[in-house]
Design a protein around this ligand. Sequence first.
Ligand code: ADP
Ligand code: MG
Length: 353
Amino acid sequence: MASVELTQVRKSFGSTEVVHGVDVSISDGEFVVLVGPSGCGKSTLLRMIAGLEEISAGEIRIGDRVVNNVPPKQRDIAMVFNYALYPHMKVIDNMAFSMKLAGRSKEEIRERVDKAAAILGLTDYLDRYPRQLSGGQRQRVAMGRAIVRDPQVFLFDEPLSNLDAKLRVQMRTEIKELHQRLKTTSVYVTHDQIEAMTMADKIVVMHGGKVEQIGTPLELYDDPANLFVAGFIGSPAMNFLTGKLVSDGAGRGVRIAEGCVLPAPANREADGTEVVIGVRPEHFEIDQSCVRAQVVVVEPTGADTQVYCRIAGQAVTAVSRERHTFRPGDTIDLKPTYGKCYLFNPASGARIA
Ligand code: ADP
Ligand code: MG
């Protein structure tokens, strides 16, 4: 096992820079998720850690070794993709493949494959071909190929993206459980914020080749640094309403429209300042009077009710554990939960309060 340290890492393809100076510090044994929208540079960063892509500037350390010029094979890492297995090889040979290439002895290969198969519950499937396995079993074999190598670091690039929704949820729990058992330092790339939230010890939120924020899942959820992170982490996404700061008898507020004022969190901005107020869907209390909203769509999921509505023309979503029987066109009362609102600067996106 080893720590991984990225210092001011940059990547250009030709004259276009796509990774703009990334600093990430991953402790020994940590499970870190790189998350962000498609094209933000996640795979490029992972491939630079693997040595499959040269870095244009900066430094990458694995353990106490700078690996900038170390070839992939000597970095002691293993990558897990969503790639298909070799279809003409049995499970045992798929798992043994890299060790055979590396010239390991038959006995050592067999011992390591057996151990990995036992960990992954694949012992009874070693003689099958990939087509004779379920999607989940195939995914386990893909992980088996990495585990047998007993690397210092696992690198995962969207390994679950080919699986259906139910299997994806099951496999993310399996990967997390596996990590709790093996405690191998892991860097996991996904565009799926739920995957990031549920699996990570630490999340790195990326956007446009830059790191927006690094923190534990709940740090990012409770304390987003800016509009991007606030909108990206959490589902359904945080509501954003634009308005102006005002003061009245009740204290300070954000006026969304004439006669429509949401209470503002404490801040140092002057009245009249344009702001974005952020409220998570689960932090709108339905039927508590504060502002009026027009119902557009109601979606009962069984466990909760998602109410899509408009406040002074601006779209918002409220989620409630209650079962509501509102109809489109109804007017309802919404109140943000005390102490659960955020304020952002609309121009820079920075959090103000
Ligand atoms: P992600 O994995 O977050 O979806 P990538 O790391 O694959 O994003 O890509 C980041 C950016 O770099 C994208 O704009 C992509 O088009 C560009 N890019 C990736 N690989 C290459 C390449 N080999 N040549 C040129 N541009 C590339
Ligand atoms: Mg990618």
